[in-house]
Design a protein around this ligand. Sequence first.
Ligand code: ADP
Ligand code: MG
Ligand code: MG
Length: 893
Amino acid sequence: MTKWVYRFGGGEAEGRSADVERLGGKGANLAEMASLGLPVPPGLTIVAEACAFYFDNDKALPEELKAQVLEGIAAMEELTGRTFGGHPKPLLLSIRSGARASMPGMMDTVLNLGLNDETVQALGHDAGDARFAWDSYRRFIQMYADVVMGLDHEVFEEILEDEKARFGHEYDTDLSAVEWQHVVGIYKQMIEEELGESFPQDPHVQLWGAIAAVFSSWMNPRAKTYRTLHRIPEEWGTAVNVQAMVFGNLGSSSATGVAFTRNPSTGERALYGEFLVNAQGEDVVAGIRTPQSITEEGRLASGSEKPSMEKLMPEAFAEFKEICGRLEAHYRDMQDLEFTVERGKLWMLQTRSGKRTTRAAMKIAVDMVAEGLITEEEAVCRIEPPSLDQLLHPTIDPRVERHVIGSGLPASPGAATGEVVFTAEEAVQAEAEGRKVILVRIETSPEDIHGMHAAEGILTTRGGMTSHAAVVARGMGIPCVVGAGSMRVDMRNEVLIGVAGMTLKRGDTITIDGSSGQVLEGAVPMIQPELSGDFGKLMAWADKCRRMTVRTNADTPQDARAARSFGAEGIGLCRTEHMFFEGDRIQVMREMILAEDEGGRRAALAKLLPMQRSDFVELFSIMHGLPVTIRLLDPPLHEFLPKTEAEIADVAKAMGMSPAFLARRIDAIHEFNPMLGHRGCRLAISYPEIAEMQARAIFEAAVEAAKVTGEPVELEIMVPLVSLRTELDYVKDVIDRVAEDVAKESGTPIHYLVGTMIELPRAAIRAHVIAETAEFFSFGTNDLTQTTFGISRDDAAAFIPTYQRKGIIEHDPFISLDFDGVGELIRLAAERGRKARNDLKLGICGEHGGDPASIHFCEDSGLDYVSCSPFRVPIARLAAAQAAIGKRTGDPL
Ligand code: ADP
Ligand code: MG
Ligand code: MG
């Protein structure tokens, strides 16, 4: 017999939080809470495997499963003393989705299932509150019709608005039993009119309908989008939780709410949450009424008049607070909780590790080490390396005067400037056109995800810190301000109205400050973030854990300085060609390339020498004795050549040639396949005087910089695009000769290594031979990927997306290292190279050097360092630490 169903409730549970793969996050944690003896309404979880069965079998469920669900419901009846679909105490159920990874709001929930025209009477009787029973019934019809029958909930909201206006009420809670009964009648009629079928009265029909709908919701478009964005595999499927209802809408001593055990935006150690009195389920998230703070502290901070739960329901609050502490200690992480109070009695409905901003994650991890809850290593593993990007966001310069046009809640930190747009589609469109926008909405919903992703920042005029916009923006690391009640969005006229009637049209520029909640007019000067404090502490722990060093790819003093401030421990790749594009250098470079003979080339190179030398002096001085890898000229020469007629005329004049003659020389240099053409070491072999000049510039600069800083430069000269050892031998000879000359001229001995990039399959395969000459290897994974696949990186965009869509490849190999092919070559080259020379230095300098998964691979392959762009240095430091910890503990992160 397959065990399809796991029960929980009454102080025990069949599952545990470790069963998350089968039970989904929600089910596993409900089971865990029940087994800890916490007040959890009894229920059962249908395992996620049933989701696959459902889709594989034409949306049918196994008979065995059905029987187990009914047995589980019987157990719930026993525990609650109620009967499903019966009298005098009807048992109502909630049907909840719950996948392995949390997908907040992506899938559907149905509450109050089991109500019909008869049980609604019994429920009212039993509770002694008919208003409550009819309120629950109308909620159920609305959710069930939406989720199961496919009738948009907006039609019900319209009816409700109309009826409320007719009765003269402002809030839903103002409606009486009779009035709700009336609304229910209209709802049912509407369903018949719209769908041609009536609302199902049989609770068992309702039950299986809702379970099927939850499984189906796994494949709804928003869930699919969410999975793609978060790389959640479709095979996982969702589990379904069937749970006895408890009621937050049973009058003024009842409530429903959500909370975080610490502040999810700042990480501050303080219970943080919102609740609504006499409400149910998703009222809190939906922003129908503005929720109240659960703590007094929170209420005071928000300046709200509405009483806190702490004041209003002191006993339930005290118990809740105690449970929060227990759960946090149990899971050793900040928890995100959902609860309901039914007539003063607290019920726990959900717990999970809470989503948080990176800043909060950092603070929580650092604080928890101080509290003795977790170790430094665990703290290092708690931060997702790519999320560090969030901390590198700019903030508004505090010295500038702010023209505040509105304010709301600071939902996701960082500041952003952009043009106002009012729909997700416009945001996506603008991003495609390269424009920066702020998405302005009354509130957001899962349908807006694409637009939120495309925007620089998000502003809503409604909703709290746990509203959809807030949660999603924090997850994406996008600055966000929510609930800007002092502002108004007029969708019809497409304007945003700020304080004092200030009106902004579509396309006007605003700035939002997700850290203060302010909305500002126009663009505002920003400053770079502070990298000390918790960030500094955590990065220092990471540095203690890691084995590989982290270098940067830097061609300019600016890059080098930024990288050092981010903790780079050297330069892994300095592309010298970038130095030839600036100002009038390109002109001299063109003269060199187009010269008719060696004499002409040498004359131009003599002009380039002092320029290149001064660049190196500056770079070496910034790096102050750290290793610097300089690559000799690499790209095909045509990249430097004049293209327009005017450019050609200029160069011709400078060289004393006729433009027509020059044009013919340019033609002669043309290559059919420049990426595989006359480039890399092939240039140095054809024109050794180029390599000579570069080597001289490097050595002379090293001598000079050492005098300035007092630290000898750790020089590594890298010869690109080598496939034969003889190529490297030839170029190394040139370099060695220049080194000897410069040493003699300056009277200073010069230390340096000569090595190569491994970027051609032949070089990888013949690594043991090449390593006889090469003193280091740097894996140039961009070119190595190009040449291994035979795919031109510059042309890959034409078909890689098609490949991905058709399932031919999963990831773009230029973004995520192809471990099986390119990776195999790296492993092989590392191994063979080290066999020939056991102190061979190994590093990676392709784009992949900043990609966490690739960094794990580098750790496994025994590389000495990774090198990446300056802004990715902190990410690489953290990923390298996690890789080392993972390797040591045998726990692949
Ligand atoms: P989500 O995935 O959107 O968090 P949930 O399954 O947690 O969906 O349900 C949403 C809300 O419905 C919960 O926060 C809770 O307020 C309410 N809810 C769910 N189950 C019950 C229950 N058994 N009794 C009362 N309310 C419930
Ligand atoms: Mg849901
Ligand atoms: Mg929930």
